[in-house]
Design a protein around this ligand. Structure first.
Ligand SMILES: CC(C)(COP(=O)(O)OP(=O)(O)OC[C@H]1O[C@@H](n2cnc3c(N)ncnc32)[C@H](O)[C@@H]1OP(=O)(O)O)[C@@H](O)C(=O)NCCC(=O)NCCS
Length: 291
């Protein structure tokens, strides 16, 4: 019997979580949507399209999500639009039938129709994605906080660190001058992350976001606010949990005082050029923009 292709609705959340969590081998008790709530169909997300292929019995067999972003890219914070793909998985019983290929091709066609400059995704299957024109692009560095020149903490600063999401964190996201442009409607999914730990400090305000399930374990992938405050939070994290790493572009890591001379950069993402423009090497997408 024929399969059905349709957009997801809120009632598909559990089926999507089960499909993608098993595709990415999540251990029992954890789930993909807790790490990536941007794909949770119960949460309204602007510019998101989630498409599934369903069997005649209603079982979700395959899924591809897409989210269109405006990106401010260096140099000069040039604005482009790009589409990120995510939550890509096919049920093991339905693999090899062309379902993911069909959904990815449709998402790319839509992105080309919208005149996006790039399609971006994160995934280990480079060979699979290369057939659609995706290539590794960009650079990011992982720096052990223990190797950074961080000032010693005073007992007072250690006491002033608070944990939990703070309204001012999202204000900082809205004010970013590079990377994906967050919209007011992005607050709901940003707050819904279950495995990102947020730490803040006052006067002046600074924050860091650490970890995201198995995707970014022990990794600082977001920070903002007062520069000295960010470094204080790094020092606090480093004293509290050894092995925490900062993820960033070379410019950002150097600005924060990291020594990159012995660190090999990693690729930032798999990028497909829809137009005749190369991904600028210095362009950076922080952890929560890399959905
Ligand atoms: C990768 C995945 C989405 C492919 O789904 P699918 O519906 O089976 O894909 P299709 O049927 O459209 O295409 C399958 C083709 O890709 C190939 N392929 C699948 N995984 C591959 C990989 N890791 N590397 C290279 N090729 C791969 C298959 O061999 C097959 O090729 P063929 O048509 O020449 O036989 C699916 O294997 C999956 O869910 N994996 C686990 C989750 C995951 O890794 N998601 C991607 C990261 S975002």
């Amino acid at each position: 019997m024929a399969e059905i292709i349709r957009k997801l609705h809120a009632g598909d959340a559990d089926a999507l979580d089960a499909l993608v969590s098993s595709g990415f081998s999540y251990p029992a008790g954890s789930g993909f949507l807790g790490d990536f709530p941007i794909w949770d169909p119960r949460i309204q997300v602007a510019q998101r399209i989630s498409t599934g292929i369903f069997g005649a019995d209603g079982q979700m067999l395959s899924h591809v999500g897409s989210r269109r972003w405006k990106y401010l890219l260096p140099p000069g914070a040039q604005a482009v639009t790009a589409c990120t793909l995510g939550a890509i998985a096919t049920d093991p019983s339905a693999r090899g039938k062309g379902y993911a290929t069909q959904l990815i091709r449709t998402a790319i066609q839509e992105s080309e129709k919208q005149k996006d400059t790039f399609v971006i995704l994160w995934g280990g299957e480079h060979e699979f994605y290369s057939q659609f024109g995706f290539e590794l692009a960009g650079q990011q560095y992982l720096v052990d906080l223990a190797l950074m020149d961080l000032k010693a903490l005073t007992p007072n600063t250690a006491d002033s660190v608070r944990s939990g999401f703070d309204d001012r964190i999202f204000v900082e996201f809205l004010g970013r001058r590079a990377g994906p442009e967050f919209l007011a409607s992005d607050e709901a999914w940003l707050r819904a992350h279950q495995t990102v730990r947020w730490f803040t400090i006052d006067e002046p305000f600074a924050f860091v976001g650490v970890g995201r399930g198995q995707d970014l374990p022990g990794i600082v992938h977001e920070y903002g606010g007062d520069f000295a405050g960010v470094l204080t939070l790094f020092a606090w994290l480093n004293a509290k949990v050894p092995g925490i790493h900062l993820m960033g572009s070379s410019a950002e890591c150097l600005r924060l005082g990291a020594d990159l001379s012995d660190i090999e950069p990693q690729a930032l993402a798999l990028v497909r050029k829809n137009a005749d423009m190369a991904w600028p090497e210095a362009a950076w997408i922080s952890g929560l923009g890399s959905v």
